[in-house]
Every structure is written in structure tokens, then in C-alpha cells.
Design a protein around this ligand. Structure first.
Ligand SMILES: CC(C)(COP(=O)(O)OP(=O)(O)OC[C@H]1O[C@@H](n2cnc3c(N)ncnc32)[C@H](O)[C@@H]1OP(=O)(O)O)[C@@H](O)C(=O)NCCC(=O)NCCS
Length: 180
């Protein structure tokens, strides 16, 4: 299931995207609030993305991972995805990350809005969540610009470089107001 927004294509990842994903995960700025850590080598990245690629063939499907590319140029600029709960809860959790020289152009907001719209319209979700480290101001702005509501603070939840970091939980429900 590929998606698109005005400026971007979201294309499900394959093994051909390994080198781009490795490069993305190797930026210290991308790693700052992430729990994955900087991969030691390409093999590390391969094992990290294996469940996301192999998850494509599982039924029922729980994982979607897309590379983010610019429509005009085809350039790889990041990665995004959604993890689905069991059917009864109709809940999805999203994440996203971009190559730093593409930050501040509104791309992440465009991605998040696309995931939310598709989650409600194509995946029949009732609620979509995202967790964000409390100091990740850029990401908090992205979630709030997309109409997500802060539901709470989860204390000492994220293992980041040897510390337990607090995490805000954001969410949007299918009948919450959206301007997109
Ligand atoms: C979080 C991330 C995806 C944001 O991407 P982005 O494309 O720059 O996001 P957008 O341009 O859509 O919006 C960023 C907003 O933060 C604002 N912003 C940027 N730097 C900021 C700062 N230091 N302080 C406050 N706001 C800031 C921007 O002005 C923009 O808001 P605006 O549109 O109201 O001006 C990107 O920084 C990233 O990939 N970070 C590393 C991975 C990560 O943390 N992912 C999220 C995990 S929850």
C-alpha cells in the first residue's frame, strides 16, 4: 500500500532501500531522541529493518514501513511507519524520521497528516497514537499541527543513550476535528 501527499510519495520499503535507511539512522541528529541507536554497520541496519520487511507478508498485517521520497526528484528523505494493534482496538502507532537537511520544510507534518488520513480511511482505525520524547520540540510541533492531542506523560519510558527519558503520549481519534 503506497501513499502520496502533495509533495511526497510514501513507498513501502524493500531490501533495495537498505543503504538509504542505514545513512538515515547514522545521523546523530536523527538519533538524538530515538531508541534505536546509531547502527555500527550495514548489517546492524539490516537486522533492524528485517521484521519490517518480512512483516509485509504476515496475516493479519500489523506493520507498514514506508520510505519518504520527494515526488519531483525521487530523492529519499526519510522513513515512516505504523504499527497496528489487534483488530478489536483499531489502534495504530506512528513514527517518522527525516534526513536533517530536509527538516523545517513542513515535510514531517505532511507525512503525519497523510498517515492519519489513511489510517482512518484505509485501515479502518479508530485511534492513532504517537510517543515523543518530551524534549523533542520539533516532533511535538508536528503532532500538534496534525491535530493530535497530548493525553499524558509516560515517565522514564525511553531508553536513550543509557538514560530513561520521559515520553509524551499523543493521539487522535477518528471523530476528532481535523482541518485536512
Ligand atoms: C521531528 C522531525 C521529523 C521534524 O521534521 P520537519 O520536517 O522538520 O517537521 P516540520 O517542518 O513539518 O515541522 C517542524 C516544526 O518545528 C519547528 N521547529 C524547528 N526547530 C525548532 C526548535 N528548535 N524549536 C521549536 N520549534 C522548532 C518548525 O518551525 C516547524 O514548525 P512550524 O511549521 O510551525 O514553523 C525531524 O526533526 C526528525 O526527523 N527528527 C529526528 C527523528 C525524530 O525525532 N522523529 C520523531 C520521533 S517522535
Amino acid at each position: 500500500m503506497n501513499l502520496e501527499s502533495i509533495r511526497l510519495n510514501l513507498i513501502e520499503i524493500t531490501w533495495d532501500d537498505l543503504a538509504d535507511i542505514h545513512k538515515l539512522h547514522s545521523f546523530p541528529e536523527v538519533d538524538e531522541f530515538n531508541t534505536i541507536g546509531i547502527p555500527v554497520n550495514m548489517n546492524d541496519t539490516k537486522e533492524i529493518i528485517r521484521p519490517f520487511i518480512e512483516g509485509r507478508t504476515l496475516t493479519p498485517r500489523k506493520l507498514y514501513t514506508w520510505k519518504i521520497t520527494i515526488k519531483e526528484s525521487g530523492e529519499f528523505i526519510g522513513l515512516t511507519g505504523i504499527t497496528l494493534s489487534c483488530d478489536k482496538f483499531r489502534l495504530g502507532e506512528i513514527y517518522y524520521k527525516l534526513i536533517p537537511n530536509h527538516w523545517g520544510k513542513g515535510f514531517a507534518t505532511e507525512v503525519v497528516r497523510t498517515l492519519i488520513k489513511s489510517g482512518f480511511e484505509n485501515l479502518n482505525l479508530h485511534k492513532i497514537e504517537a510517543g515523543v520524547a518530551i524534549e523533542n520540540i520539533r516532533s511535538i510541533k508536528v503532532l500538534e499541527k496534525s491535530g493530535m492531542i497530548r493525553e499524558g506523560l509516560r515517565r522514564k519510558t525511553l531508553p536513550i543513550r543509557g538514560n530513561w527519558v520521559d515520553n509524551y503520549l499523543y493521539a487522535i481519534v477518528e471523530d476528532d476535528l481535523r482541518d485536512y
